[in-house]
Design a protein around this ligand. Structure first.
Ligand code: MN
Length: 369
């Protein structure tokens, strides 16, 4: 893929900053002071420079999904944090310099409700619950729809309702869906989801592909190692293979304007993408259906957030692979700490122009804020 002139300037600037920092020996210590707002020609942030980030992988839970919630084993304090969509949530956002949170139902949530009728009903209740709280703080809180992909047509209808009637920003779905019984898993590259994707493209909203435990879909690999199934490794394995299925299926050839968001600095895909396309180009059998190299879809149809992966080396690798225009700040609250995320991001050794894009302006463009 040819490098656009805009990228050249940005990446050269990035490398200059980086090499200067390395020479000064302060890369690892993060001692470069960060000022998130250096440019004067953007909409004025609500709370000034220190309180201006937009975060979009931030979770809530409510009573109807407690039986299918990764929050369930959490401490009483954690339970309070994840259910709080009022003053406590806003205080945490203030502490982390986050002006706007786009909230989503905690995983695996709707995707693990095997009764289709119940999944459809609980998704609607979750979205109404979220909308009620957003209405009390509309400048600080926004929402992603929870969707019952057990019924693709109902999911398309609910997304349409959430976007057009509730003002939601798109959808966040927790990986594959179990339909009918726990062993029956559906990935969204399958033919029954094509009309759903047509609706997503028509609505012009992003779809956040959030991880879930890999156990139900890949059981033998995890046998005897339950510690591997969740956010330690299984989340990354499950979401990266799901994203590759979407890319390889030709979905983005049919719907080229789809926008998919993945978290955790890309679930390992940016560091693997060259090898993926290299091996495809040198393989005669078992090629993907997609018309273009996989890396082109990663760079043109995907956005990547910093959620739960506050690692400077990884951020730099993702910036070099997809460019700073494709990266968005996120925390993964309350699984991660707002303050730790902000301390890292506000001081990480990138240019102030790139910090502003990742903190805020990329999200403003993507969500039309
Ligand atoms: Mn998360």
């Amino acid at each position: 893929m040819p490098i656009r002139s805009k990228d050249k300037i940005t990446r050269r600037g990035f490398m200059e900053v980086t090499s200067g920092v390395v020479a000064a020996g302060v890369l690892a210590s993060g001692e470069i002071p960060g000022t998130v707002f250096a440019s004067g020609d953007l909409k004025q942030p609500l709370f000034g420079p220190a309180l201006a980030k937009i975060a979009l992988e931030e979770h809530f839970d409510f009573s109807a999904t407690e039986s299918v919630s990764y929050a369930a084993p959490g401490s009483p304090e954690f339970q309070r944090q994840i259910k709080d969509l009022g003053a406590g949530r806003i205080a945490e956002m203030d502490r982390g310099g986050v002006e706007v949170c786009i909230l989503s139902l905690v995983g695996p949530g709707i995707q693990a409700i095997t009764s289709t009728q119940q999944a459809v009903e609980v998704a609607k209740r979750a979205n109404d619950h979220l909308a009620e709280h957003i209405a009390k703080n509309p400048k600080r809180l926004k929402g992603f729809a929870a969707l019952a992909l057990q019924d693709p047509q109902a999911a398309a209808q609910e997304l349409t309702r959430c976007v057009k009637e509730l003002g939601f920003c798109g959808a966040l779905v927790n990986g594959f869906t179990q339909t009918g019984d726990a062993g029956s898993v559906s990935f969204y590259d399958l033919p029954q989801y094509r009309d759903f994707w047509s609706t997503v493209q028509q609505l012009d909203v992003p779809f956040y592909l959030h991880p879930r435990s890999a156990l139900a879909a890949h059981q033998p690999a995890y046998q005897g190692h339950p510690w591997l199934t969740g956010s330690i490794w299984g989340f990354t394995a499950e979401t990266s293979i799901h994203a590759l299925r979407l890319m390889g299926s030709g979905l983005f050839d049919d719907y080229p304007r789809l926008k998919i968001i993945i978290g955790h600095l890309g679930e390992g895909l940016p560091c693997s993408i060259w090898r993926i396309d290299n091996r495809i180009s040198r393989t005669l059998a078992d090629r993907p259906k997609a018309k273009r190299p996989i890396g082109q879809y990663l760079r043109e149809n995907f956005y990547i957030t910093t959620s739960g992966n506050f690692r400077t080396q990884t951020l730099m690798e993702v910036m070099l692979e997809v460019g700073p225009e494709r990266i968005l700040y996120s925390v993964d609250y309350p699984f991660e700490d707002m303050g730790i995320a902000a301390d890292w991001f506000d001081h990480v050794s990138i240019s102030e122009a790139d910090r502003l894009k990742i903190a805020r302006t990329n999200a403003q463009q993507l969500f039309h804020f």
